[in-house]
Design a protein around this ligand. Structure first.
Ligand code: XMP
Length: 527
């Protein structure tokens, strides 16, 4: 992994003077901290935990937040920070593991708690401090730790405690360095946002003037500067990210943009039409729709192995995309909808312990050998920010709020052999699932929702006749990051309505099941 020394790899660096750096020690919450900071209108980036003081200084941050992490500060190989960062005079807030590191470096005794403390606790503020200004004297906070700070030296002032944790918050006497044993970034700490706001405003002096709207304006200017008079190709998948990239590029370079939509026949009902309509009527882009439906059906005939399906779909997609791209003359750039979590998870932004959790499935998986220069204008944004940007650019809510959809499309939801008929059965069932949940007002609160067609037949009875037809599954999950997920507790009445409608209206299905598996150990998709 190369060590990033200059802050200029991140587009946003020049967009705002005030920024916060989150040093990632492997916490599942590092991204959440960054989001909370941005929600408070302060620009924020996640960096590796072992960033040097010189590199920190080059970023010129108004403050540093040290994230939590799964390790104990005493474990060998536990992620460390360079203690020189405490000498920069920049305000620091350590959260959980971050606080233990601070105390360990600057004079505090960290010991293992008797039992790992996980869950709600009542925090009582014991000392007046601007960090706790407007924070209730006693309130609920979320704990998740094995170690805790038992005692602090005279260099520190203890600010708060809980029933089991005598030092739940600290402040250094001479430096602007703070620590919290609990997690202010999670919603289970109801006043946590106030604490973060106090740190940003009162301690770091941030004015909270960063706006997503500034992002669009400046990103458009940067795209124009980089692209000049050249042509950019953008693959549209039907999903949110590629649509927002295309809308942004259209605003920036209009007629120099060519979009390619490969219709592989594996899209959801109406998806192709919705994208075509949006990008020809609203954004009058040069849109190339490649009708590859028959090619994909032929290429998938007889294939039932999930990995083989993915492989073939990937190859066919690249072949189609390349052929179409080559027919567009003068194209120099390829635009992709890479988001900030993808950048973090692929390890490009941080070299930290949380950097390589997910094998990122890049939509379409376009290889570098296509020979284009990459443009990734959403690299600094989180999914919810991309959605806001999409709305700001004028994309319709129905497109902006669409759930993520895998590159191999319905092929990984149509278990067994892929045929036109089976895909139609699945599409019909899927349409009912989506429309019923949307009608119940629940679509937006769900992470991902879809139907799966099983290659399993079971006996049923309809009217007086015996049936022997396929089973379908409803999959609905609640998730923020798609790395872990829980099955949605959809109301029984809603499930009943979906089941009745599918069995009555979709020929070929006589049984509907609801998937109640969480991830892990199951995955969100069935293949
Ligand atoms: P799983 O099934 O691994 O899915 O829990 C996690 C997220 O990734 C999506 N997914 C894919 N996306 N190509 C993609 O572009 C794929 O091969 C692929 N497989 C899963 C899935 O829809 C979910 O959002």
């Amino acid at each position: 992994m190369t060590v990033e020394t200059e802050p200029t790899s991140i587009n946003q660096t020049k967009l705002t003077d005030q920024r916060i750096l989150v040093l990632d020690f492997g916490s599942q919450y590092a991204q959440l901290i960054a989001r909370r900071v941005r929600e408070l209108n302060v620009y924020c980036e996640i960096v590796r935990h072992n960033i040097t003081p010189e590199q920190v200084a080059a970023h010129g941050p108004a403050g540093l937040i040290l994230s939590g992490g799964p390790n104990s500060v005493y474990e060998s190989g536990a992620p460390e920070c360079d203690p020189g960062i405490f000498d920069l005079g920049i305000p620091v807030l350590g959260i959980c593991y971050g606080m233990q590191l601070i105390c360990n470096h600057l004079g505090g005794k960290v010991t293992s708690a008797e039992a790992r403390e996980y869950g709600r606790a009542t925090c009582t503020v014991s000392t007046d401090d601007s960090l706790f200004s407007g924070f209730p004297a006693s309130s609920e906070v979320w704990m998740s730790h094995g170690d805790q700070v038992q005692q602090v030296s005279d260099c520190f002032v203890s600010l708060a405690r809980t029933g089991t944790c005598p030092v739940a918050a600290v402040r250094h006497r001479d430096r602007p360095v703070y620590g919290l044993q609990f997690h202010p970034e999670v919603t289970h700490t109801p006043s946590g946002k106030k604490l973060l706001e106090n740190f940003l405003r009162e301690i770091c002096g941030c004015d909270g003037s960063w706006q997503l709207g500034d992002f669009a304006e400046i990103a458009i200017r940067q795209i124009r500067e980089r692209v000049g008079s050249d042509r950019v190709i953008c693959g549209l998948s039907g999903g949110v990210d590629s649509a927002v990239v295309a809308a942004l590029l259209y605003r920036a370079i209009g007629p120099q943009l060519s979009c390619i939509l490969v219709d592989n026949g594996l899209l959801r009902r109406g998806e192709q039409q919705a994208v075509v309509e949006e990008f020809t009527k609203h954004f009058k882009t040069d849109l190339h729709v490649v009708d590859a439906r028959q090619m994909f059906l032929d290429g998938l005939a007889g294939v039932t192995d999930p990995q083989e399906k993915r492989k073939r779909i990937g190859h066919m997609f690249i072949d189609c995309f390349r052929a179409e791209a080559e027919s567009i003359s003068g194209a120099k750039f390829l635009a992709q909808g890479t988001l900030y979590p993808d950048v973090i998870e692929s390890g490009a932004a941080v070299d930290g312990p949380a950097a390589t959790i997910k094998l990122h499935h890049n939509v379409g998986g376009l290889p570098e050998q296509l020979g284009f220069e990459l443009i990734e204008p959403l690299r600094d944004l989180f999914k919810d920010e991309v959605r806001s940007l999409g709305l700001e650019l004028g994309l319709p809510e129905s497109l902006v709020w669409r759930h993520p959809f895998p590159g191999p499309g319905l092929a990984v939801r149509c278990l067994g052999e892929i045929t036109h008929e089976r895909l139609e059965v699945l599409r019909n069932a899927d349409t009912i699932v989506i429309s019923e949940v949307t009608g119940a007002g629940l679509y937006r609160s769900i992470g991902q929702l879809f139907a799966v067609l099983l290659p399993v037949q079971s006996v049923g009875v309809m009217g007086d006749a015996r049936t022997y037809e396929n089973a379908a599954v409803i999959r609905s999950v609640d998730t923020d990051d798609f790395m872990t997920a829980d099955w949605s507790r959809l109301p029984y009445d809603l499930l009943a309505r979906i089941s009745t409608r599918i069995i009555n209206e979709v020929k070929g299905i006589n049984r509907v099941c609801y998937d109640i598996s969480s991830k892990p150990p199951a995955t969100i998709e069935w293949e």
